[in-house]
Design a protein around this ligand. Structure first.
Ligand SMILES: *[C@@H]1O[C@H](CO)[C@@H](O)[C@H](O)[C@H]1NC(C)=O
Ligand SMILES: *[C@@H]1O[C@H](CO)[C@@H](O)[C@H](O)[C@H]1NC(C)=O
Ligand SMILES: *[C@@H]1O[C@H](CO)[C@@H](O)[C@H](O)[C@H]1NC(C)=O
Ligand SMILES: *[C@@H]1O[C@H](CO)[C@@H](O)[C@H](O)[C@H]1NC(C)=O
Ligand SMILES: *[C@@H]1O[C@H](CO)[C@@H](O)[C@H](O)[C@H]1NC(C)=O
Ligand SMILES: *[C@@H]1O[C@H](CO)[C@@H](O)[C@H](O)[C@H]1NC(C)=O
Ligand SMILES: *[C@@H]1O[C@H](CO)[C@@H](O)[C@H](O)[C@H]1NC(C)=O
Length: 728
């Protein structure tokens, strides 16, 4: 907001300006050459295009700047990749980030990023930008006029605006379930396909911020048709070695079973920020000043800075192929895209006049093409990039030794942070799969005689839950690293989506089963289901849906009223169904029903109040542990799991194939979190445990890793370890 006095100032200077024009001259400043402006005539600008005023670089103030270009063989090619990293919730909620609300928390407003980037791209067809998070982009898109949408389509078609990654968010890679990771990518890609066509399918994975990387991600990206992926965070010792050996870029060979079909070019970026000194967010760093009519021309020094940043990075990246990538951006950068693009235009122009390196606007796909064209051989890697640890280290190639004086910033805390949100996400994910299946089954049912592929709407049944889950996969969502009010917001999205899904599932099952009007009972874990607890007479139908691809037998627990008998009848066969009434310690009663469920299908049971004795559910207050074979183990063809009947805990695991048994002792313990200061005397140990980083508080002199405190034997637990012995 402008203060009142600033507004007044603005008006006053405009008046002055007008007065000068009326007088026929503009005085630029006391010290500068003044330029004569003929009243109503064409201004006579001095030709300053070719005057070398700063080093040997001819200046061209206000352009035209030459910003076209691409890789040149034999030169160091600097791919300038303008980007913004827009978290779909972290310190602020996704909506607060979009609107730019709550700036006291963080200055970030995604709507203006996309607004100004699009304007800046429209101004100069050489400029490029990549955009990643479709959760934000779709919101922006939905608010645009058809003319603006058409303009954006042109930018996409001519390669200026490229969607990278293209998921709903930039997902975490440790905490999400793989189905959800694929789903959130699908959701974003469906949007891109719908509005920009298949040609806009992202070619590069872009996971520059998540805290460690899974080889599944490489497999998934390859299967999504991408030919590269990039990320910024790897273990600091690994980085030290790879920087020295120029192996930060490689080919991932992530799947033994899928083989080379899922090999993918993989690049570890330098974090994901701008090179030091080249940030123009809120005009942070020095702009390029090149107008000889003004003071402080700095073109030479800015070019020198750029070239030395490029040469330094090239030592660790480009020894084989002559291409490096500058990730020109940071978290929520380009809220005003103009300082960025105006300065980058000038830099590219002057750097190329200087000639030591070749700079141009680029994207990760162009970069990958350049790497590919160089026809060099890359190292390979097959496994995960977990856990991720921050720190500083040096690698000595002569001894192959990594010297480290850190190592306490292990980003493993987020594997368990906000456990309740993690569980919430899993439950919602399972609901979404059921919801989607029932949407399709309903569609198939409706078009039974002439089955045709379902329309988009049927396929996306439950899309508000799909979107909520898309948000929740973000690397500050399910990871548990957002602020409390943001975590609450994720829960709201999941709940809203779940409510919608439950309603649509009830609708689908009504139509499919003909069982009458159905209500979904989401609170069975608290024995709450009014439809059954308030029911006292007549019949009610219970429909049970099994989303798994195999038949199963489950014991349903249905809360019922305080008195009266119940019969349970299979509504298809009219046979009695085995059931039992259990009196709960809380005073309520539960009807336990042995339900046989078909694969990806439903069963309907009729509950009859106080019916005939042949079907009557046994009424008992006794709880019995049913052990059909009297055995304390379960098994399949491969494994036998033995439980200790005294404790109900795992006792042994047998590998039936090789005939080996591992005896197990289960043992629950917890770690005390380090506050980071308990060993202040030993400098460097100041890392505290928290939502991101797990660091147990070890006693002075403990050999790390220190042991957890046992829950059972609190206090003494850290002196004994779990017992695992292999018996022949
Ligand atoms: C965000 O801003 C709104 C409006 O100013 C305010 O009501 C709300 O408390 C703020 N939220 C947080 C988490 O600061
Ligand atoms: C690798 O380390 C050695 C020894 O410190 C150093 O001489 C060499 O320049 C390093 N190479 C790179 C690419 O950093
Ligand atoms: C690529 O490199 C291989 C091995 O170095 C060589 O056999 C091949 O001819 C090269 N291909 C091109 C197109 O340069
Ligand atoms: C039952 O489930 C809901 C949502 O899944 C959860 O919020 C609630 O805490 C659960 N209740 C109990 C007693 O565990
Ligand atoms: C309740 O179900 C039983 C068993 O299927 C049936 O005999 C009876 O007619 C039903 N009663 C009503 C009111 O629907
Ligand atoms: C380990 O056990 C000792 C006592 O046996 C206790 O003093 C110490 O606090 C424990 N350490 C941790 C980290 O729990
Ligand atoms: C660990 O297993 C071995 C072999 O069965 C047994 O002798 C030992 O008592 C066990 N120790 C504990 C603490 O359970």
């Amino acid at each position: 907001m402008y203060s009142f006095s600033e507004c007044l100032l603005l008006v006053a200077s405009l008046l002055l300006h007008n007065a000068n024009i009326a007088a026929g001259r503009i005085a630029l400043s006391d010290t500068e050459t003044s330029i004569k402006v003929e009243k109503c005539g064409k201004p006579e600008f001095q030709s300053i295009q070719d005057i070398p005023l700063d080093g040997n670089i001819p200046l061209s103030p206000r352009g035209p700047y030459k910003t076209s270009g691409g890789p040149i063989q034999g030169k160091l090619n600097v791919h300038v990749v303008p980007h913004t990293h827009d978290d779909v919730g972290w310190l602020k909620t996704v909506d607060q980030y979009f609107y730019g609300r709550n700036s006291s928390i963080q200055n970030a407003a995604v709507q203006f990023i996309i607004d100004t980037v699009v304007l800046a791209l429209e101004e100069n067809p050489d400029r490029k930008f990549i955009y990643v998070e479709i959760a934000f982009f779709k919101r922006w898109w939905d608010e645009q006029s058809p003319a603006k949408q058409a303009s954006v389509k042109r930018l996409v078609v001519n390669g200026q605006l490229e969607f990278i990654n293209g998921g709903w968010c930039m997902s975490d890679e440790a905490a999400p379930f793989y189905v959800d990771m694929v789903d959130q990518q699908t959701l974003g890609h469906l949007f891109l396909k719908e509005h920009f066509g298949e040609k806009a399918a992202p070619r590069a994975g872009w996971q520059i911020d998540p805290f460690g990387h899974s080889n599944f991600m490489a497999t998934a990206y390859a299967l999504m048709g991408m030919d590269s992926w990039f990320f910024g965070r790897i273990d600091y010792q690994d980085r030290a070695k790879r920087e020295n050996q120029t192996t930060l870029e490689m080919v991932m060979h992530p799947s033994a079973s899928l083989g080379s079909s899922v090999d993918i070019f993989t690049g570890v970026t330098r974090g994901y920020g701008f090179p030091s000194g080249f940030c123009w967010e809120h005009n942070q760093d020095d702009p390029i000043c090149d107008d000889p009519r003004m003071e402080e021309i700095n073109v030479k020094s800015r070019v020198d800075d750029f070239v030395s940043a490029a040469l330094e990075q090239a030592e660790h990246y480009a020894n084989k192929d002559g291409n490096i990538m500058f990730t020109m951006g940071e978290d929520f950068c380009y809220e005003n895209a103009f300082p960025w693009f105006v300065n980058m235009d000038k830099l590219i122009h002057y750097v190329n006049l200087d000639g030591r390196v070749n700079a141009f606007y680029s994207t990760p796909s162009m970069y990958t093409d350049a790497k590919h064209a160089a026809n060099v051989t890359w190292t390979t890697k097959t496994d995960d990039w977990f856990p991720y640890c921050d720190g500083s280290a040096t690698y000595d190639p002569s001894t192959a030794r990594i010297d480290t004086n850190d190592g306490h910033a292990q980003w493993t805390g987020y594997f368990t942070s906000r456990a309740a949100l993690k569980r919430n996400v899993r439950a919602a994910s399972s609901l979404l799969q059921s919801c989607r299946q029932l949407g399709l089954l309903q569609h198939a049912h409706a078009s039974k005689d002439a089955w045709c592929p379902p329309p988009f709407e049927a396929a996306v049944a439950g899309s508000s839950l799909w979107e909520g889950l898309g948000l929740a996969q973000h690397h500050d969502a399910v990871s548990g690293t957002s602020k409390q009010h943001v975590a609450d917001d994720y829960a709201v999205h999941l709940q809203r989506g779940s409510d919608a899904c439950q309603a649509s599932m009830a609708g689908a099952l009504e139509q499919l089963s003909g069982a009458g009007q159905l209500v979904y009972c989401p609170k069975l874990n608290e024995s709450i289901c009014e439809a059954t607890t308030l029911w006292t007479e007549g019949n009610i139908s219970v429909v049970v849906y099994n989303p798994l691809g195999q038949e199963r037998v489950e014991f349903l627990r249905i809360p019922i009223g305080a008195s009266g008998g119940v019969s349970v009848i299979d509504a298809t066969t009219f046979q009695c169904v085995e059931a039992q009434i259990v009196a709960e310690s809380t005073g309520g009663r539960t009807l336990a029903v042995e339900a046989a469920l078909p694969a990806t299908g439903y069963s309907v049971y009729t509950l009859v109040a106080g019916a005939g004795p042949q079907c009557r559910a046994a009424d008992t207050s006794e709880r019995r542990l049913v052990s059909p074979s009297g055995s304390n183990s379960i098994q399949n063809a491969m494994l036998r799991v033995v439980v200790d009947p005294a404790t109900n805990q795992l006792a042994a695991l047998e590998n039936k194939k090789i005939g080996k048994t591992v005896r197990m002792t289960q043992w629950w313990g917890y770690y005390i979190a380090s506050d980071g200061h308990h060993q202040e005397a030993r400098e460097r140990l100041g890392q505290a445990s928290g939502a991101y980083i797990f660091r147990p508080a070890c006693a002075e002199g403990d050999v790390e890793p220190c042991l957890p405190t046992s829950v059972a034997e609190s206090g003494s637990g850290n002196s004994s370890r779990p017992n695992t012995t292999i018996l022949e």
